[in-house]
Design a protein around this ligand. Structure first.
Ligand code: Z5A
Length: 212
């Protein structure tokens, strides 16, 4: 008998919102429920997309204009979906991804001034109707996110180096996406302690995707 198609969960938000931390805990919980889980990230997730990631995250802040960023992010995404995400879902695995199309809509569309609608159209050209089943948008005050990134030992990316007004525009774009697509998106207050954020994520995943 064919296995039921898996579910695709994405976690979005500004810098330092806690996506990586929460994805680790969510994946462990899902595995504890007997599900096979693939954890992945964007930009990246395949050999080719990781090469594009390196191009996108290193170098001067103005290395790429917003449209070049959008096209590179989307090129990496099409490779990621076709080689990793879609095959895993077809095999019945659950995929949890650190950032996806909403990041292009928020960063390049909102903060980069290309327009969220134009970036939605670009995602449609690249991916057709392919969408996450559930998207968590972790919302955090911009200064609090920057303080968390500053406190971390690892290096900063081209995006971390941008000013507070850029990150505020990203935050507003994510809030707008959550408002416009409440069936797919769940807005989470990422300023809460780590455990409280995770409990909200698990409760929401259970009620929306019936994990049991
Ligand atoms: N980008 C784009 O522009 N367009 C696109 O389409 C895509 C991406 C897909 C990828 O950067 C960059 O690419 C991203 C947007 C752009 N840049 N920005 N900004 P990345 O992958 O290197 O980094 P990131 O995605 O921004 O994640 P991050 O900054 O590394 O943060 P995070 O994953 O959200 O948070 P974390 O690593 O889990 O936590 C950060 C720290 O906070 C850490 O020390 C934790 O222990 C701490 N933490 C986490 N949760 C809490 C709570 N609740 N309380 C207190 N402290 C906490």
């Amino acid at each position: 008998m064919n296995k039921a198609r898996g579910r695709f969960i994405t976690v979005e938000g500004g810098e330092g919102a806690g996506k990586t931390t929460q994805i680790q805990l969510l994946a462990e919980w899902l595995e504890g429920k007997g599900l096979e889980v693939v954890r992945t990230r964007e930009p990246g997730g395949t050999r080719g997309a990781e090469i594009i990631r390196e191009l996108l995250l290193t170098g001067d802040a103005d290395r790429w204009p917003p449209m070049a960023e959008a096209l590179l992010m989307t090129a990496a995404r099409t490779d990621h979906v076709s080689r990793v995400i879609e095959p895993a879902l077809r095999a019945g695995k659950w995929v949890v991804c650190d950032r996806f199309s909403d990041s292009t809509r928020a960063y390049q569309g909102g903060a980069g001034n290309l327009g969220r609608d134009a970036m939605t159209d670009l995602q449609k050209i690249a991916l057709g109707d392919f969408q996450p089943d559930l998207t968590f948008i972790l919302d955090l005050d911009v200064a609090a996110g920057a303080a968390r990134v500053d406190a971390r030992a690892d290096g900063k990316t081209r995006f971390d180096a941008r000013d507070a007004s850029f990150h505020q525009a990203v935050r507003e774009a994510f809030l707008a996406i959550a408002r416009e697509e409440p069936d797919r998106c769940a807005l989470i207050d990422a300023g809460q302690p780590l455990d409280a954020v995770q409990q909200t994520i698990r409760r929401t995943a259970d009620s929306r995707l019936t994990i049991g």
